[in-house]
Write a protein that binds this ligand. Structure first.
Ligand code: IMP
Ligand code: MG
Length: 179
């Protein structure tokens, strides 16, 4: 691991909480499909996912939920280019309307891979929701249907996001400053 600190807060917890509620309002306003299955991509989405679900409750919406652990990074700050399934969902997706939830959309590989996989498994529709979007860093074409914040090409941690599996517990998004 390179020498670094995570003292600089990029997005604080109040801003995140407000944006999470707005995202759920947007999702609900776009129409409540039958058999909605919300799938969290682990580990990065765990905190965002939990807050999104609590916000769904405000609308009396009751989706099925499931999780899938994927790996594309290994230990570092560069995507390895291939996506590996570490732990799969159990939910049957035939005729389901899927909402994929991830922490950040970066190269686009994770979500492009996941969307294709869910469609192949018979989902009727697949939408995606991310907290952060690094728009300028795509390796494959992919746009999220719902995105919380656009950020520059920085490396960030907290609120589920890690550097070498550290800092996921921070309640805010912090910038990793390398020395
Ligand atoms: P993609 O497949 O390149 O779009 O990357 C998605 C995954 O890369 C995310 O789910 C994160 O786990 C990881 N990632 C991308 N950028 C960052 C970052 O700035 N901090 C921490 N993890 C990141
Ligand atoms: Mg990660």
């Amino acid at each position: 691991m390179r020498a670094h600190d995570v003292k600089e807060i990029l997005i604080d917890k109040t801003e995140i909480a407000k944006r999470v509620d707005e995202l759920v309002d947007e999702i609900i306003e776009s129409g409540q499909p039958d058999r909605l299955v919300v799938i969290g991509i682990l580990k990065g989405s765990f905190m965002f996912f939990a807050d999104l679900m609590r916000s769904f409750y405000r609308h009396d919406a009751h989706p099925h939920i499931d999780f899938m652990t994927l790996s594309s990074y290994g230990a570092g700050t560069q995507s390895s280019g291939t996506v590996e399934i570490i732990h799969d969902i159990r939910e049957n997706l035939v005729d389901a309307n899927v909402l994929l939830v991830d922490d950040i959309l970066d190269s686009g590989r994770t979500l492009a891979f996941s969307k294709k996989l869910m469609m192949e498994r018979g989902a009727k529709s697949v939408h995606s929701c991310v907290l952060l979007d690094k728009k300028t860093h795509r390796a494959v074409e992919f746009e999220a249907d719902y995105a919380g914040f656009q950020i520059d090409d920085l490396f960030v941690v907290g609120y589920g996001l890690d550097y070498d599996n550290l800092y996921r517990e921070l309640p805010h998004i912090a910038k990793v400053n390398f020395q």
